[in-house]
Design a protein around this ligand. Structure first.
Ligand SMILES: [Zn+2]
Ligand SMILES: [Zn+2]
Length: 461
């Protein structure tokens, strides 16, 4: 049994406005009508209408039977109105356009947490929400329809800002195995919680009150089903750590590796699905990336993750002599659901328990995982400054082959390069970039399964 249903409304990064970054998420055990989490909101009702007009397969399990008089556009609007929460990685237009355009038009969402507040929530880091509040929902670019307060006294505010505290991955927050109990997951529905981590998305050159110059941050989200404890990792736009002024993706890989090497009571990996951008094809050099990845850099990031996985498996192997997990140790930590504003809660299994749980798995995996061979991509079109590459170093490095076996990597956020139209037919860009990355990944034999995200695709997680 899977834990999430995840439908892609748009897998592009512009400039095609009908295919911008946007995903609809629900727990597998609930219906779309119960409430949807929008992960990014670049494309919206228009993209949904286009998807529904060609097939309804992505939403074959809608509970409400379709009205024969309901047009594709009406059905798309109805479906979009089931969104209770928008989870936004950063405030670039290709991630928020439909959130803004639809904000004054949607009917009330299904009730969330049995809350008397009937407003949709916009969830993101304080910086993302500040950007939306001061620059877009400002009564200038768009009417101010969003409040910071849960007070229902001002009915004109249709939406509610809900900031989440990001986990920065600094050394005082993170333990040696990458998943400290201080990690805070923020509940965004009765069944879903999220851990946000900042990632670098290039430089902010202009300097003003709400966007100081320096690194422009996007967010990576660990999204967790609080019942099954299954998680997946979703990246907003991200640049290579090796080029970033403030490299931060390495902290995300550390947490991800900890989850990849953990086994749930169901026997499944705690994390086996990663959604990440690869905006450009291999022909884009470092100076033209503008805060995004190309296949060579994505490969390097995957090798850092693979190295972290190997490091943990080795540590677990050394640490665990013989003991087997007890039934009590395999029981997940109960998670609270305290109504509208549940308190923060923590990692899915306490560290000590989780280490025990992973012993059996680590013994089988570690045999074909001989630590780190993280080197700079060898493609002639990209030169990464070695001085800025921060990767784990291990004794006896020979190979990371097979260390990401069982992990699915969903590639997304393709930026249509009009000047490269020759050789890349319309609509095939996703396949072109993904094939380029797959070829590089297969050469390294990491064991990854690589999948191109496409508009209308439904993924079971
Ligand atoms: Zn983008
Ligand atoms: Zn962006």
């Amino acid at each position: 049994m899977h834990s999430f249903d995840f439908v892609c409304l748009g897998a592009g990064g512009g400039p095609v406005e009908t295919d911008l970054s946007a995903y609809l998420l629900k727990p597998a055990s609930s219906s779309w009508e119960d409430g949807i989490i929008a992960v990014e909101a670049g494309s919206g009702i228009g993209a949904l209408r286009n998807i529904l007009s060609s097939t309804r397969q992505a939403f074959h399990d809608l509970q409400t039977s379709p009205n024969p008089h309901e047009s594709h556009e009406m059905l798309a609007s109805r479906l979009y109105s089931y969104i209770q929460t928008f989870l936004i990685s950063h405030s670039h237009l290709d991630h928020v356009l439909s959130l803004v355009l639809s904000a004054g038009s949607l009917p009330q969402p299904p009730p969330l947490h049995n809350s008397p507040v009937k407003r949709r929530r916009i969830v993101g880091t304080r910086q993302v929400l500040d950007d939306l509040a001061t620059m877009i929902f400002s009564d200038r670019i768009w009417p101010n329809l969003v409040s910071w307060s849960t007070e229902p006294s001002v009915p004109d505010f249709l939406y509610l800002y809900e900031p989440i505290e990001p986990h920065t991955g600094s050394s005082d927050e993170i333990s040696s195995d990458g998943l400290d109990s201080t990690l805070r997951y923020h509940p965004i529905s009765s069944m879903v919680s999220v851990l946000a981590m900042p990632i670098s998305h290039g430089l902010c050159r202009s300097s003003h009150a709400h966007a100081p110059s320096g690194t422009y941050n996007s967010s990576a989200f660990f999204i967790r089903n609080v019942v099954t404890h299954k998680q997946f990792l979703f990246f907003g736009d991200v640049e290579p750590d090796s080029l970033a002024a403030n490299p931060s993706t390495k902290h995300v890989w550390r947490v991800a590796a900890s989850l990849i090497t953990s086994t749930l009571p169901s026997g499944l990996k705690a994390l086996d699905s990663i959604f990440i951008e690869c905006s450009w094809p291999t022909t884009r050099g470092d100076k033209e990336l503008y805060g995004h990845l190309n296949p060579q850099h994505l490969l390097h990031e995957m090798k850092v993750l693979a190295s972290e996985v190997c490091r943990l498996q080795r540590a677990q192997q050394i640490q665990s002599p013989t003991s087997k997990p007890t039934t009590e140790e395999l029981t997940p930590t109960p998670q609270p659901n305290n109504g509208e504003k549940p308190p923060y809660f923590y990692g899915f299994i306490k560290q000590q328990r989780r280490r025990t749980v992973t012993k059996r798995q680590s013994r089988s995996n570690a045999a074909d995982c001989n630590a780190s061979d993280v080197s700079i991509p060898t493609s002639s079109s990209v030169a990464i400054p070695a001085s800025n590459v921060d990767v784990p170093i291990h004794p006896d490095p020979t190979s990371i082959k097979g260390s990401l076996k069982g992990v699915k990597l969903y590639v997304m956020h393709f930026k249509a390069p009009m000047e490269l139209a020759a050789g890349i037919e319309h609509g095939k860009l996703s396949q072109h970039i993904t094939s380029e990355f797959r070829a590089l990944a297969e050469k390294e034999e990491l064991g990854l399964e690589v999948i191109a995200m496409e508009q209308g695709m439904r993924v079971s997680i």
